[in-house]
Design a protein around this ligand. Structure first.
Ligand code: ADP
Length: 431
C-alpha cells in the first residue's frame, strides 16, 4: 500500500515496541508529573482506578498510532479522556496540559535511555501523533463550546417561553378577577346615578365614575383579547359584511374626537367586488377602531387621515386580497420601532410624556391596541404592517398602516393554511 508522507513519518513499529516495553515506567512518571501540577488522580479509589484506566488507554492509543499510523484509536481515546475529565470539571486547556506532560515524560526518557540518534528518531515519530491528538482536542473544544452555546440558547428560549406563558396566565387570571368587582362598581354607579339624578351638583362626579369604569372595562377587555390571542383561543364569527360600512361606523363613533382635534378624515370608496365579504364584523370594527384611533392620537391638530383600499390578485392559485391603508400626517415612527410596535406593551418614547386621554395628541394607552389588531387580522388569515419615513415631531412625516385580508365571497369551509406566509401556530380559525 502506498503511504502518505505523514503516514510514513508516523508509522514506526520499532519505536512502538520500545514504548510498550516501558509502558509501566512512562505511565507512572506521567502520573507523578500530573500530581506535581495538581492534575493528579481523584482521591476516591474507584474513580482513581477509572481515571488510571483512561490515562493508560490514552498512552496505548498513542503507541498504537505510532505502530500502525492509524489514528482512529487515538481519536476515540482523546474523546473518552475529554468526556471523562470534563465531567470532573476539567477544561480542554487542562487536558491539553496533561497530554503535554506525557509527551515531555516520554522525551525525557528517550533522551535518558536511548542513544541520541534513536532518541531523536523517537521524538520525531511521536511529534506528529501528539499534533494529531492536539488537533482532536481543539476540534472537541470547539464542538463542546458550540454545544454549550446551543444548550444555553435552548435553555434561555425555554425560560423565555415559560415567562411568556406565566405572563399570559397572569393576564388572564388578573383580568377575570378584575371583571367581577368591576361589574359590582358598575352596578352601584348605575344605582347612584339614578338616585342622584335630581341633584345636578353630583353630575360631574357620577359622570367621572362612569367614565372611569368604562375605561377600566375597555382595558380589561383588551387584556382578555391579548390573553386569547396569546393562547390561540380567539374565535371568529364569520358573516357577510361590508368593511367599507364598518370603517364608516368607526369614523362616526370617533366623530367627536376628530372634531375636537380638527382632524380631517377622508375615506375612498372600496372596490365594488369587495362590497360584501366574509369576516368577523365586530373584530374588524375593533381593528379599524384601534388603527384610526391611533392615527388620531399620533397626528397633531389640523392634520389629516386617509383611508384607501385596493384589491390584489394572486393568480397562482387564484386568490384575491383586500388591502386597506390608513395614512396619517402625524409624528411618524422611527425605523427601529417599526418592528416593535406590534409587540405587547410596547410604546415609543417616554411614557411619562404621553398625555392621559386616549384621543388627545400622543394620548396614553396600555400599548395593546396594535397587538390586538395584529392578532385579529392574522386570525382572518391576513397580515398587518406599518410604514413610515421616520419619527419627526417637527415635520410630521406621517405613518401608513396596511392590512391585507383574504377575500372570501362565501364561507370558507376549512382554514386556508399559509395564506399569507403564516405558519400553523398563527392559524386561529374557529367556526
Ligand atoms: P398605545 O396604546 O400606546 O397606542 P398601540 O399598540 O396602539 O399602543 O401602539 C403602540 C405604539 O405604536 C404607540 O405607543 C405609538 O408609539 C406607536 N404608534 C401606533 N400608531 C401610530 C401612528 N399612527 N403614528 C405614530 N405612532 C404610532
Amino acid at each position: 500500500m502506498k503511504k502518505t508522507s505523514l503516514r510514513a513519518s508516523i508509522e514506526n513499529p520499532g519505536i512502538a515496541q520500545w514504548l510498550r516495553e516501558h509502558e509501566e515506567t512512562i505511565v507512572a512518571s506521567w502520573l507523578r508529573a500530573l500530581e506535581q501540577v495538581d492534575l493528579g488522580l481523584a482521591e476516591e479509589p474507584t474513580t482513581q482506578e477509572a481515571e488510571y484506566g483512561q490515562l493508560k488507554g490514552f498512552f496505548c492509543a498513542i503507541v498504537a498510532t505510532v505502530e500502525t499510523a492509524n489514528s482512529s484509536d487515538l481519536d476515540s481515546s482523546v474523546q473518552d479522556l475529554v468526556r471523562a475529565r470534563m465531567e470532573q470539571g476539567d477544561t480542554v486547556e487542562t487536558i491539553a496540559q496533561m497530554v503535554d506532560e506525557l509527551k515531555r515524560g516520554i522525551w525525557r526518557m528517550a533522551l535518558d535511555l536511548l542513544p541520541s540518534g534513536q532518541a531523536l528518531e523517537t521524538v520525531a515519530a511521536l511529534e506528529p501523533v501528539f499534533v494529531l491528538s492536539a488537533a482532536q482536542l481543539v476540534w472537541l473544544a470547539e464542538r463542546s463550546a458550540g454545544h454549550q452555546l446551543q444548550e444555553e440558547l435552548e435553555r434561555t428560549r425555554r425560560i423565555l417561553a415559560k415567562m411568556d406563558r406565566t405572563r399570559s396566565d397572569f393576564i388572564s387570571i388578573a383580568t377575570h378577577e378584575l371583571k367581577t368587582p368591576l361589574a359590582l362598581i358598575q352596578g352601584y354607579a348605575a344605582i347612584l346615578s339614578q338616585e342622584l339624578a335630581e341633584q345636578k351638583q353630583y353630575d360631574n362626579l357620577v359622570q367621572g365614575l362612569a367614565n372611569g369604569v368604562r375605561r377600566l372595562n375597555a382595558l380589561i377587555e383588551d387584556m382578555i383579547d391579548v390573553g386569547q390571542i396569546d393562547s390561540n383561543m380567539l374565535s371568529l364569527s364569520l358573516e357577510p359584511a361590508s368593511l367599507y360600512e364598518i370603517a364608516r361606523m368607526v369614523i362616526r363613533d370617533l366623530e367627536q374626537e376628530l372634531k375636537d382635534r380638527s382632524l380631517n378624515i377622508q375615506v375612498y370608496s372600496f372596490p365594488q367586488e369587495v362590497e360584501v365579504i366574509y369576516l368577523d364584523a365586530k373584530r374588524m370594527y375593533q381593528v379599524l377602531s384601534n388603527l384610526i384611533g391611533n392615527a388620531i392620537k399620533y397626528t397633531p391638530d389640523n392634520g389629516s387621515i386617509t383611508l384607501d383600499s385596493r384589491v390584489l390578485r394572486d393568480p397562482e392559485p387564484d386568490r384575491r386580497f383586500l388591502e386597506i391603508s390608513i395614512a396619517d400626517t402625524g409624528i411618524g415612527i422611527a425605523p427601529d420601532d417599526l418592528p416593535l410596535i406590534f409587540k405587547k406593551f410596547y410604546r415609543v418614547g417616554e411614557i411619562d410624556l404621553h398625555s392621559t386621554s386616549k384621543t388627545h395628541f400622543k394620548g396614553g394607552g396600555p400599548g395593546l391596541g396594535l397587538v390586538i389588531a395584529k392578532g385579529l387580522v392574522e386570525a382572518h388569515g391576513g397580515r398587518i404592517w406599518a410604514e413610515s419615513p421616520g419619527y419627526d415631531e417637527r415635520n410630521f412625516p406621517g405613518s401608513t398602516f396596511h392590512i391585507m385580508l383574504p377575500i372570501y365571497t362565501e364561507l370558507p369551509e376549512s382554514p386556508l393554511k399559509h395564506l399569507l406566509g403564516l405558519d400553523d401556530e398563527h392559524q386561529r380559525w374557529r367556526f
